[in-house]
Design a protein around this ligand. Structure first.
Ligand SMILES: Nc1ncnc2c1ncn2[C@@H]1O[C@H](COP(=O)(O)OP(=O)(O)OP(=O)(O)O)[C@@H](O)[C@H]1O
Ligand SMILES: [Mg+2]
Length: 366
């Protein structure tokens, strides 16, 4: 409260003593602590200290005027709700103060009830304003997360296509164009996958409203698994990795096919990236009781025990001599974990440095 009249200050303190403001939808009421400032300079000093949320501000003050305190708040974009105390309820002053950022008015002399209801209004307005602001920033962070997931997921089809193009460029399958039919078809599949991801992005720019609308259908996970293995073949050939598969046929799951591709792509692309030249990748898919079990084993660089708990964090990459030249964003496994958990499943990892790692993903079918 910035007010030069000591009697009014004492009165305001008395009225607001033990006064609380409550909302039906929040548990605890807001309590008020009143800090007195006899002039604008003291008011600004107090504001600078922080912790001021509401300001009762007299305009006629010795030294700087109330309007100047208002300007200070405005200029510094402070999140403070200002109620002007005006002695003469004059329209011009009200308009000017509103233009300069005041939120409310109370004119002298006021009754205790008028003061309380004015303060109550300010508390509620400020609370709602802050809640709205918080919600907007949460939406922004959801959108950012979504965009990072999406751009990450665009990378793996791009890598696959690049791999096929590289093989074609080297003429690895012979001189006849027909010998590349399979590679071309696979590349086109990946292009169409990318296109639908991009279309999703366009849909999901209003992510908030589409949450929960993802369609789950009965999908053949065995087929998706085989397809994903095929799509990493071009990059594994470049490193001379052997891929061994042990995929049980006809494993059905009620899920979103793209989510499953995300899971498989990430774990397989890591098994390629963090493998050794001439190594191998073994991929198992089977159903044990009511769980689908995906197991991907590699003969790569392995992960030290103390790093195992960092793997699934966003943007977390393990820096070792072996990984120094491998590029990545550190998002893959965090996306994988998040996706697996959204199906009520879990991810486990077993690893031995320099020998290899095994990622085990379990997804319940019911
Ligand atoms: N199979 C693996 N063998 C050894 N280390 C691994 C393996 N998989 C993941 N890691 C380690 O875990 C880190 C995190 O993996 P993650 O997939 O999240 O990110 P990334 O592969 O670095 O990048 P991105 O997948 O986003 O391209 C990797 O940087 C790597 O150090
Ligand atoms: Mg990865």
């Amino acid at each position: 409260m910035v007010e030069n009249d000591a009697i009014i200050r004492a009165g305001i303190c008395l009225v607001l003593q033990n006064f609380t403001v409550g909302f039906s939808f929040i548990k605890e009421d807001f309590e008020l602590e009143v800090i007195e400032a006899p002039h604008g300079e003291a008011g600004i000093r107090q504001i600078k200290k922080g912790g001021v949320n509401l300001l009762l501000l007299d305009n006629k003050l010795p030294g700087i005027k109330g309007m100047e305190v208002l300007d200070y708040i405005n200029k510094n974009r402070l999140n403070i709700s200002v109620t002007m105390i005006t002695s003469d309820a004059c329209l011009e002053l009200a308009i000017e103060a509103t233009n300069r950022g005041a939120d409310g008015f109370i004119s002298k002399p006021f009754t205790p009830q008028e003061l309380r209801s004015s303060v109550e209004n300010s508390v509620k307005q400020l609370y709602l304003k802050r809640m709205t602001r918080q919600m907007t920033s949460q939406c922004k962070s959801i959108r950012y997360k979504f965009l990072s997931v999406l751009s990450h997921e665009l990378k793996s089809p791009l890598n696959a296509i690049e791999g096929y193009l590289q093989l074609m460029k080297e003429g690895s399958a012979g001189n006849e164009i027909a010998q590349y039919d399979k590679m071309i078809a696979r590349s086109m599949e990946r292009v169409s996958g990318m296109r639908s991801l991009i279309l999703d992005l366009l849909d999901l720019t209003q992510l908030e409203s589409t949450e929960g609308k993802i369609i789950h259908t009965n999908i053949d996970l065995s087929e998706i698994c085989k397809m994903t293995v095929e799509s990493i073949r071009p990059i594994s050939i470049q490193r001379n990795l052997k891929i061994i598969t042990n995929i049980e046929d006809g494993i059905m799951l009620k899920a979103n096919a793209r989510d499953m591709e995300i899971i498989l792509n990430n774990v397989l692309s890591n098994a390629v990236k963090y493998n050794k030249q001439n190594g191998s990748i073994t991929m198992y898919l089977n159903k044990v009781d009511n769980n689908i079990v995906i197991r991907v084993m590699d003969t790569g660089i392995g992960i030290a025990k103390e790093n195992l708990n960092k793997l699934f964090l966003e943007f977390s990459r393990i820096k070792t001599f072996e990984t120094r030249e491998i590029s990545g964003s550190g998002l893959g496994l965090s996306i994988l974990k998040h996706t697996v958990e959204s199906y009520g499943g879990n991810v486990d990892v077993e690893s031995k440095v320099k020998e290899g790692s095994t990622f085990i993903i379990k997804i319940p079918t019911i």
